[in-house]
Design a protein around this ligand. Structure first.
Ligand code: HAM
Length: 434
């Protein structure tokens, strides 16, 4: 039987992995500019963490978690990063050390969803979480950070959707209001939504079914249920976004699929149809109750977002980021292997990207391989070079060659050649070991 990767999970191999590194470094750079530092939490967490915080009745908990028992522990491979980060925040008593905490993370998440374009079973998120700041200034900062990432990736065709779910019992009152609204029109809803009328009527609002959308169009808006403080928070957030000239739409149908949210909710969606139904690139919101529900002695407000890296990469056009090969080192006979290995090691320790060709073959074959790999210089070591303790440097772009002695100044001479590069792509660095 041929063994293949698990359905919905894919290998990320070179050259594609260069694109991933590019995307992740853009995200890290921008997040660090906003004062976030990286938190790495385990991929496995206790199952009750997700059941309690994400909520029974959500698709993630009911259908999508990879859960199993080992040594009597109920474990789940994380379907998202927020619950695990909050668990770490409480467990490590971080609030005692700093009043406000800003963490980011990048890594794989696992959900047993039906695979489709932009929807995988192992996918990757980059996310940020802020603890200890009730906003709405930091809500606006987070959205600005998302806009900066999207802009850095060259993705202009995005729209920001904004909503508020209020705090206190607003969400519960909204559920009741929706159940009361949908109940008499139950027969018009899709089969899935009919089951949700009592269990999770909020989800009917973001159903993809046309029938559901028709009924949901006249559903009551949550914004009508907000109390004065929640409304003020939401209005101030909008004011800050206006100040930053960040466009958004207030979308009262935005509910998101996880139960932990309070007040601010937001999503960045692409307006292109490349990703079909998977148009949400970034989703986030405030979850002011989670930290205390995880055992912290007092409430700690929190807000965050996560972006789907597969989706961003489908839309972005990454630059070619593979480092250019500086030196292709070609021993022309087996006796030259030892010298070639020392040469390549000196050059690598001085910071140059080098390849060593131990496969042998004719001079022509070696030069063909060096050119094929986009090498800048080919360093040849044959019988004459062995006898004189030297190396012949062939400049592959300029078709010039020069024989240089393998003395203390050798690395500096290679460096000079690379610095002289027409397109300025020569690496730089000083020799630190010979
Ligand atoms: P989420 O909306 O479930 O939120 O996921 C965030 C993003 O992850 C989505 O907008 C999408 O881009 C990507 N994503 C989700 N599922 C998949 C999948 N199966 N395949 C590919 N991409 C996917 C959260 O996970 C929250 N933890 C976000 C958050 C952080 N809220 C507060 N803090």
């Amino acid at each position: 039987m041929e063994l293949r990767a698990v359905r919905g999970m894919r290998d990320i191999l070179p050259p594609e992995s260069w694109d991933w590194q590019w995307l992740e470094s853009r995200f890290r750079e921008i997040a660090e500019r906003y004062g976030f530092a990286e938190a790495r939490t385990p991929l496995l967490e206790a199952t009750p963490l997700f059941v309690r915080e994400i909520g029974a009745g959500t698709d993630v908990v009911d259908k999508e978690m990879y859960s199993f028992e080992r040594h009597r522990d109920q474990l789940t491979v994380r379907p998202e990063g927020t619950a695990g980060a909050a668990r770490a925040y409480v467990q490590n008593a971080v609030s005692g050390r700093e009043p406000v905490t800003r963490w980011y993370y990048v890594g794989p998440m696992f959900r047993a969803e039906r695979p489709a374009k932009g929807r995988y079973r192992q996918f990757h998120q980059a996310g940020c979480e802020i603890y200890g700041d009730e906003g709405p200034l930091c809500d606006a900062e987070l959205i600005a950070l998302c806009v900066d990432v999207i802009t850095a990736l060259g993705l202009d065709d995005c729209r920001i959707h904004l909503n508020s779910l209020g705090s206190g019992d607003t969400r519960a009152r909204y559920r009741d209001a929706l159940t009361a609204y949908f109940e008499p029109r139950r027969a018009e809803l899709s089969e899935v939504s009919q089951r949700r009328v009592h269990d999770n009527p909020l989800r009917i609002l973001d159903s993809k079914s046309e029938a559901d959308q028709k009924v949901a169009a006249d559903a009551p808006s949550v914004l009508g249920l907000l109390d004065d403080e929640d409304r003020a928070h939401f209005e101030r957030l909008q004011g800050h976004l206006d100040d930053l000239e960040i466009p958004y739409v207030v979308d009262p149908t935005l509910v998101r699929g996880l139960d932990y949210y309070t007040r601010t909710l937001f999503e960045l969606k692409t307006t292109t149809d490349t990703l079909g139904a998977q148009s949400t690139l970034i989703g986030g919101g405030r979850y002011d109750r989670m930290v205390q529900s995880l055992g912290h002695k007092s409430p700690v407000p929190a807000i965050g977002f996560a972006m789907g890296l597969e989706r961003l990469l489908t839309l972005a056009t990454p630059p070619a980021t593979a480092p250019r090969l500086a030196c292709y080192v070609a021993p022309l006979r087996p006796e030259a292997h030892g010298v070639a290995l020392r040469v390549v090691t000196r050059l690598r320790r001085a910071g140059h990207h080098c390849e060593l060709d131990g496969r042998g073959g004719s001079l022509k074959a070696m030069l063909r391989r060096a050119n094929g790999m986009g090498g800048r210089l080919c360093l040849l070591i044959g019988e004459d070079e062995l006898a004189t303790g030297s190396v012949t440097i062939k400049d592959l772009a300029r078709h010039e060659q020069q024989t240089v002695t393998l003395d203390d100044g050798f690395v500096a001479r290679v460096q000079a050649r690379l610095d002289d590069d027409d397109d300025g792509s020569g690496a730089s660095g000083a020799e630190t070991a010979g």
